[in-house]
Design a protein around this ligand. Structure first.
Ligand SMILES: NC(=O)c1ccc[n+]([C@@H]2O[C@H](COP(=O)([O-])OP(=O)(O)OC[C@H]3O[C@@H](n4cnc5c(N)ncnc54)[C@H](O)[C@@H]3O)[C@@H](O)[C@H]2O)c1
Length: 308
């Protein structure tokens, strides 16, 4: 597991650094983890922040914490599986904060599936695809027409995952499938904005370079009533990053983790340069991406890449 690799292939430096002061940033899934860190990273740079989430406790906490730092913000109940809910978030940000400049389609869950995919509960498939994929589609449908209509420079950032976008890790097929779809949508959105010469810049945010210490492995706390299962917790038995560390240790691996604040800083620095890839990898991950490309070019039968 080598040193992190971070490169932005942006154009010439100089006029590219952005000022987020006074800008309005909307963050879905903004009450915890990466979204919460983004709210503070942008708020500390003077942005006004609209947090949309479904976790009442986390929403209450972030509202208090943002106020304590004098960050102008609204915290709104928003379920990304509903287009109406996202339209209401967009209206609230526009009416109460005075506009829309940056949108982070960030909300996501891990369904915690394990075993053979043909045995998975349909409820796991539905929940994960509803939040991770439809959440992004709904966010595009709610926010892109508004961003385009302003005619001003804006950013639309989608939180994806390397697991699905450029590697297929073998342990969470529903999540991987959702994030493969999310990346295809994100890259296409970028191409469409580029082709239309729109002032909206699209970026793909990949939390990392290591597993990010967030609530993702305990997503069951926000599983909707209609998609509850009989079992408690994740069937994989992994309900936190600590569980993951313990499991890795059983295989003799010391799992490294990344703090979500580091992800937010990496993302904001990339946005300052209009980077598409908000991506920090390790040399180990780069080697796996290279091996995957070689495997396709050489028609080699896939072997699973492991978490690193
Ligand atoms: N943690 C990692 O290692 C990692 C790695 C790659 C990608 N990601 C992605 O980062 C994003 C943020 O996740 P995180 O790791 O910060 O986890 P997190 O659980 O801490 O944050 C996710 C947030 O989304 C919210 N959410 C869940 N369902 C929602 C819904 N229907 N509507 C609105 N909000 C909802 C949750 O309440 C939570 O606040 C996700 O898209 C995730 O897939 C995380």
């Amino acid at each position: 597991m080598g040193a992190p690799v971070l490169r932005y292939l942006a154009g010439p430096a100089g006029d590219r650094v952005k000022d987020f002061n006074g800008k309005v940033a909307v963050i879905t899934g903004g009450a915890s983890g990466v979204g919460r860190s983004l709210a503070f990273a942008l708020g500390r740079r003077g942005a006004k922040v609209a947090v949309g989430d479904v976790d009442a406790d986390a929403m209450q906490q972030i509202a208090v914490d943002l106020e304590a730092e004098n960050i102008e913000a609204i915290v709104v109940h928003c379920d990304v599986t509903s287009l109406e809910s996202l339209n209401a978030l967009a209206d609230a940000a526009t009416d109460k904060l005075g506009g829309l400049d940056l949108v982070f389609a960030n909300a996501g869950i891990g369904a915690g599936e394990t075993g053979a995919m043909w045995d998975y509960s349909e409820k796991d498939w539905q929940w994960c695809l509803n939040v991770n994929v439809w959440g992004v589609i709904n966010s595009i449908r709610a926010f892109m027409p508004r961003l385009v209509a302003t005619g001003k420079e804006a950013h639309f950032v989608v939180t994806g995952s390397g697991n699905g976008a450029y590697l297929i890790l073998p342990d969470a097929p529903i999540y991987t499938a959702s994030k493969a779809t999310v990346h295809a949508i994100t890259e296409n959105l970028h191409y469409q904005c580029q082709a239309g010469q729109l002032p909206v810049k699209v970026s793909a945010l990949f939390p990392g370079p290591h597993v990010v210490d967030t609530g993702l492995f305990n997503s069951g706390r926000v599983r909707p009533e209609a998609l509850q299962k009989d079992t408690q917790g994740n069937e994989s038995g992994i309900n936190s990053v600590d569980d993951m560390k313990e499991m890795a240790a059983q295989y003799g691996i010391e799992l490294q983790t990344t703090h979500p604040d580091e992800v937010a800083e990496m993302a904001v620095k990339g946005l300052e340069q209009d980077a598409f890839w908000l991506l920090e990898t390790t040399e180990d991950t780069d080697a796996k991406i290279r091996a995957r490309a070689e495997m396709i070019l050489n028609r080699t039968t896939p072997v699973p890449a492991m978490l690193g």
